[in-house]
Structures are given as C-alpha cells and as structure tokens.
Design a protein around this ligand. Structure first.
Ligand SMILES: NC(=O)c1ccc[n+]([C@@H]2O[C@H](COP(=O)([O-])OP(=O)(O)OC[C@H]3O[C@@H](n4cnc5c(N)ncnc54)[C@H](OP(=O)(O)O)[C@@H]3O)[C@@H](O)[C@H]2O)c1
Length: 287
C-alpha cells in the first residue's frame, strides 16, 4: 500500500464521517471503524462519493466489547504493514439513557466505549503506528468538561455499580480519562516517532434523529443548542490538521481546541499520581 493509512472510529456519522471525507481527500487510505454494518455501509458510499476516492473501507468494531476490539485489531495487524493515523472519535452520549447498561461481557458501556477500549485498541495497534514514518494518535474529549471542574474518575466505581447512574457523569468521566490517557501515552512514547494529542471538541451540531426516545422539550433544547454550534465539517478540520500538518511532527501530549490552539485541562487531570492511578485502573481491564 503506497498510501498512508488512517483509522477513524465511529465514522458513520457526525464529525467522524466528515473527518473520513477530509482524510480521504488528503490522499489517505481510510478505514472507517463502525459498530453497525448497515449504517457503516451507507456512510461508506457517502464518504467515497464526497471525497471522490475509492480508498475508503468499512471495518466492523464495537468499542463497548473487548472481544470486538481484539478482533478488529487482529484484522488490522494482519492486513496492514503500518498505521499512520488513529483517530479515537467514537463515543456514546445518549441523553435518553437513564440507567447503566452492561454488555454481555459484563462491563458498563460508556466507560468501555469512550475510554477503556480506545486505550486497549491503541496498545494493540502500537507496533503498526511505530512502523509509520510518523504515527499520530488523536484522542477526543469535550469542552463541556469546563463545566465539570470537580468531576473525578471514580476509581472505586467507574462503572456505576454502587452509585446512581447519570449519563452526564459517565460521559464526562470517560472524557476526562481520555485527556489523562493522552498525557500518559505521550510520555510513554517520548522516545518514539509516534505522537498523541487530544482534541477538545466544542459544541457541534448533532443529528438529533439518532437519539432514541427523547422528549419534545429535549428536542427543543438541542435545536436551540444547535444554533450556537459549529458544523461537524468545521470540527473535523481540527482532526485533519492534527493528523496531517507537517509542522506538528514531534508535537505531542497537547490538548487542542477547534481553532487549532493549545488549551489547558484542569489541575486534577495533569496530576501525575492521578494519571498513574487511572492508567492502573484502565490497564486492569486488559489483563
Ligand atoms: N457533538 C458535540 O457537541 C460534541 C461535544 C463534545 C465532544 N464530542 C465528541 O466528538 C466525537 C464525535 O461526536 P459526534 O458529535 O460526531 O457524535 P455522533 O454523530 O453521535 O458520532 C458518534 C459515533 O460514535 C459511534 N459509536 C458509538 N458507540 C460505539 C461503539 N460501541 N462502537 C463503535 N462506534 C460507536 C456512533 O455509531 P452509531 O451510529 O452506531 O451510534 C457514531 O458513529 C465523540 O467522541 C463525542 O464525544 C461531541
């Protein structure tokens, strides 16, 4: 394969889909990693058409499951000599969900999908990223964390087994953990050619029809929010910038906003002992 290879998780909608179009236009061979074959196939055709490229493929990946993550990584490791860009875009934030959901493997879906399995996938693909001239990993967090300055990862109960579930808390816990993983990995990969940076996604328009049973009031709230939001295409430009800009060779462990500017995360997330504790907890799922 002559082309550089880019994997984008959750690329069948929103920012991930637009990012797939942009990366294909940049000349990359793009793997869209999606959990649903039907939605993935529809998106694949749209992306190929929009990018005017046939070098886009669908690979199935359900990030809520360790088994699916392992199978996906096995397939990629078998078929590709290297991976140049890995974008951890997929996440769940289902405002209609009121109770914690546990997978058949017994783990809570938000924590696994948004944090644990992206970490696991990174380590499973790391040799292929190192085989790239300059491998780049992008993690994805949220500007909404600014409104949750005191939210910590619950080391005793990250999966809401003994506390009341809240989608907001589950989501922001996972997004803070992704920022901390970024700092951890950047340090770990300091002596390599692989960089890792985190995107602080701002308010971006979402396709509200993707959410199941939400009240008319919530639909109205989303409609209002959407007026203050940027488009997925605009936000995807930051992914593309971080994934491709030649000036970013060697830039690692940074947190970028939608204007491609570096921003700070909170004190808790930068504390080395907190980072260590979260990574110990996360690696516990991978044994
Ligand atoms: N939109 C915003 O305002 C906003 C703000 C802050 C951060 N973000 C972050 O930006 C990223 C993209 O969000 P978006 O706005 O583009 O939302 P979106 O359109 O809902 O995209 C999320 C993608 O993740 C996929 N996904 C969910 N669970 C998955 C799983 N278990 N395995 C594989 N894929 C899975 C979804 O696939 P399905 O179609 O199968 O559900 C979908 O393709 C996310 O990380 C999100 O947290 C967004």
């Amino acid at each position: 394969m002559d082309k550089k290879i880019c994997i984008i998780t959750g690329a069948n909608s929103g920012i991930g889909k637009q990012s797939a179009v942009q990366m294909a236009k940049e000349g990359y061979y793009v793997v869209i990693a999606c959990r649903n074959k039907e939605r993935g196939t529809l998106a694949l055709e749209d992306i190929k058409r929009a990018a005017n490229s046939q070098d886009v493929e669908l690979a199935l990946l359900d990030l809520s499951l360790i088994s699916s993550t392992k199978n996906f990584a096995l397939d990629i490791n078998e078929r590709f000599e290297k991976v140049d860009v890995l974008i951890h875009n997929a996440a769940i934030f289902d405002i209609a969900q009121k109770e914690a959901k546990y997978t058949d493997e017994g783990y809570e879906t938000v924590w696994m999908t948004n944090h644990v399995n992206p970490v696991a996938l990174t380590y499973m693909l790391l040799d292929k990223l190192k085989a790239s001239e300059q491998g780049r990993i992008l993690t994805v967090s949220s500007k909404g964390l600014l409104a949750k300055p005191f939210l910590k990862i619950d080391l005793e109960d990250p999966e809401f087994r003994n506390r009341k579930f809240s989608m907001t808390n589950a989501y922001y816990q996972s997004k803070r953990a992704q920022v901390m993983f970024t700092y951890h990995l950047a340090k770990e990969l300091e002596a390599t050619n692989v960089t890792v940076n985190c995107v602080r996604v701002t308010a971006v328009q979402v396709d509200i029809s993707r959410h199941g049973d939400i009240s008319d009031f919530m639909k109205w709230v989303y409609k209002q929010k959407s007026k203050q939001s940027i488009t997925p295409e605009q936000m995807a430009k930051t992914y593309t910038y971080l994934a491709t800009d030649p000036n970013l060779v060697g830039v690692t462990g940074q947190y970028f906003d939608e204007k491609n500017q570096t921003v700070e995360s909170n004190k808790y997330s930068k504390d080395q002992s907190n980072i260590h504790a979260i990574m110990e907890l996360t690696k516990g799922y991978m044994d």
